[in-house]
Design a protein around this ligand. Structure first.
Ligand SMILES: [Zn+2]
Length: 272
């Protein structure tokens, strides 16, 4: 699943290719994927210009002229592409938007969990998904993280995955951040003292920043807008390294299931 670094990679690519572009017709929109609060959005969005592109957690916000916006969430396997005018639709392309310069913005998704939403009079504070998001994982302060942890007795891994507490982390970067902070994924969130919170906060920031520099991690489907895979994979220390030696103590990396998610950690380096 694309997490914060992968979504940030897509957003940076969109900014390079899409700012200033004017929207043409919606050429194809799967009903399962495309939603709208603007009746007749297919024709109403035509001619609007892309003004700004932002990320909030794992959401992509494409702001358009006239207080309109297109919100995209890639969920499990969604991918965005900017295609040339000669583009022909592939069977997994679920949403195709033409641009007045002849190119197309395409959302493809084999599994159809991704969402594209058209909002008129867009206001993030009243958007059902965006308004629930906790502070962005890249920007969260130690005080905000401490506040989120102190109110929960859940294992720290579950809390970090909860987008209402802090937004943007998924399975890969929670495992990597907890390893970097030497905290066991099962440690109760409210048991972490000031020192461990500060360590976790800086681990999250540095893991995410490094992953963004490497344009994310690709395991199966993620790529940037040009189809290029992310480069962070070789830098992973625990995620999907089950049985391989820990880079610090040489103990084999363990894998357990927590809330149905595979969780990777070093039983010697990471303390409950
Ligand atoms: Zn270790």
């Amino acid at each position: 699943m694309p997490e914060l670094p992968e979504v940030e990679t897509v957003v940076r690519g969109l900014r390079r290719g899409l700012i200033g572009a004017r929207l043409g017709a919606v050429l194809f929109a799967s009903q399962r994927i495309a939603r709208s609060n603007a009746p007749g959005f297919r024709s109403r969005m035509r001619g609007h210009r892309v003004e700004q592109i932002d990320r909030r957690g794992k959401y992509i916000i494409v702001s358009l002229t006239g207080d309109n916006a297109m919100i995209v969430h890639l969920r499990m396997t969604g991918r965005l592409w900017i295609k040339p005018a000669s583009y022909r639709r592939h069977r997994h392309d679920r949403f195709v938007l033409s641009l007045l310069d002849g190119r197309c913005l395409v959302l493809s998704d084999a599994r159809q969990f991704a969402r594209v939403e058209w909002c008129s009079h867009f206001d993030p504070a009243s958007h059902p998904g965006l308004k629930k998001l906790g502070p962005d994982a890249l920007l969260i302060s130690a005080a905000q993280l401490s506040d989120a942890c102190s109110k929960s007795h859940r294992p720290i891994k579950s809390l970090l995955l909860d987008q209402t507490r802090l937004s943007g982390l998924g399975n890969i970067y929670t495992d990597e951040s907890l390893f970097a902070a030497r905290i066991h994924p099962r440690a109760p969130a409210d048991s972490l003292g000031t020192k461990r919170i500060a360590r976790l906060n800086s681990a999250i920031t540095s893991v995410l920043q490094q992953a963004i520099e490497m344009c994310g991690t690709t395991f199966d489907t993620f790529s940037d807008l040009e189809g290029k895979a992310g480069g962070y994979g070789p830098l992973l220390k625990v995620y999907q390294r089950t049985g391989l030696p820990c880079i610090i103590c040489q103990s084999p990396i363990r894998r357990v299931s927590m809330s149905g998610r595979g969780t990777h950690y070093c039983g010697r380096c990471q303390k409950v």
